[in-house]
Design a protein around this ligand. Structure first.
Ligand code: PRT
Ligand code: ZN
Length: 286
């Protein structure tokens, strides 16, 4: 039985480029692929299917695709049977309720009896049911943010990332009801051969994602500050320490998490470190 997996990704849209980039950085060359609907990779048992994002969860659940990269918002809305494999750290957004800025808001119960426009009737319906609020869900497929302005709805439930679309339409965010990012999902009944291929792909993706969240750091440290600096830079095991020709100094090498980076640099300087170099890491396998 074939071990080639069919991976569905968005054909064109917000998730297309980052999904392709992740696959390419995983060592799978896919040059010139985006003009066709499917593409067979040459260096890995992988076939790409380029689809509308809304179709991806259904195709993966049906087995037309073995796996897919799609927003958690879309998977939750479709309510189909797929297995979440790995959140991918891009496409972050939230599904939120919003109302016109001028309308006072005391709490979710204010939406009782109101009309809410959305492209996410399932997620919104579940949220309202759990909150015990009875409102009218008005399903529309796009430009949800203009619904209150044209008198179509009292509130909207739409994806938000920076919030600038809400702002420019005179709306304010009142409740965040679902947090989302792009995720790798798979069909629940994959053969063991396909599961093994997927595992290889996941291993590669994880080392790309991990590398992106760390930087490689090289610095000179007074010998008597080596222990203090080693505490600040624990690295993957412990930092390398290399004596310099000047006996009072050592060079140290380690990795530092991207999100701790500035705080750590400040502490390193306080500890007496000099000549600090920070370099991106391409892959990281632990
Ligand atoms: O053609 P196809 O159906 O494949 O694409 P699409 O138009 O349905 O989807 P697309 O490409 O817009 O989005 C794909 C996925 O990206 C979504 O399902 C989310 O998982 C994710 N994502 C992340 C977003 C956003 N951020 C986002 N900001 N999807 C949409 N938006 C829209 C939102 O609907 C609103 O109109 O951007 C606007 C708000 O953005 P801010 O920054 O102004 O708040
Ligand atoms: Zn779509």
């Amino acid at each position: 039985m074939s071990d080639t997996i069919r991976l569905a990704i968005q054909r064109s849209g917000r998730l297309s480029k980052p999904a392709l980039r992740l696959i390419e950085e995983s060592g799978i060359a896919i040059s010139g692929s985006s003009r066709s609907l499917r593409y067979m990779a040459k260096t890995f048992p992988l076939e790409l299917l380029f689809l509308r994002d809304d179709d991806i969860p259904g195709y993966v659940a049906d087995g037309v695709a073995d796996a897919g990269i799609v927003g958690q918002n879309v998977t939750a809305e479709k309510g189909v049977d797929v297995v979440p494999v790995l959140p991918l750290g891009f496409g972050q957004c939230r599904l939120s309720l919003a109302i016109p800025k001028s309308v006072p808001y005391a709490g979710i119960e204010d939406l009782a009896g109101k009309r809410i426009a959305t492209s996410y009737p399932t997620i919104l319906g579940n949220f309202l049911r759990e909150a015990g609020v009875d409102a009218h869900i008005h399903e529309i497929s796009g430009s949800v943010e203009i619904a209150p302005g044209i008198g179509l709805a009292d509130a909207i439930c739409d994806l938000v990332s920076t919030g600038s679309t809400l702002l420019s339409n005179g709306l304010k965010e009142t409740e965040r009801i679902f947090e989302s990012e792009a995720e790798l999902v798979r069909n629940p009944d994959l053969s063991s051969a396909k599961l093994a291929t997927l595992e290889r792909l996941v291993f590669r993706i994880k080392s790309v994602l991990k590398a992106e969240s760390f930087k490689y750091i090289v610095l000179n440290v007074p010998t008597d500050a080596v222990d203090r600096v080693a505490e600040l830079l624990p690295g993957m095991k412990s930092p390398s320490v290399i004596p310099l020709a000047d006996p009072g100094w050592c060079a140290m090498q380690s990795v530092v998490a991207e999100n701790e980076y500035w705080a750590v640099i400040e502490q390193l300087k306080e500890a007496g470190a000099q000549g600090i170099l920070v370099v991106p890491i391409e892959k990281m396998v632990s």
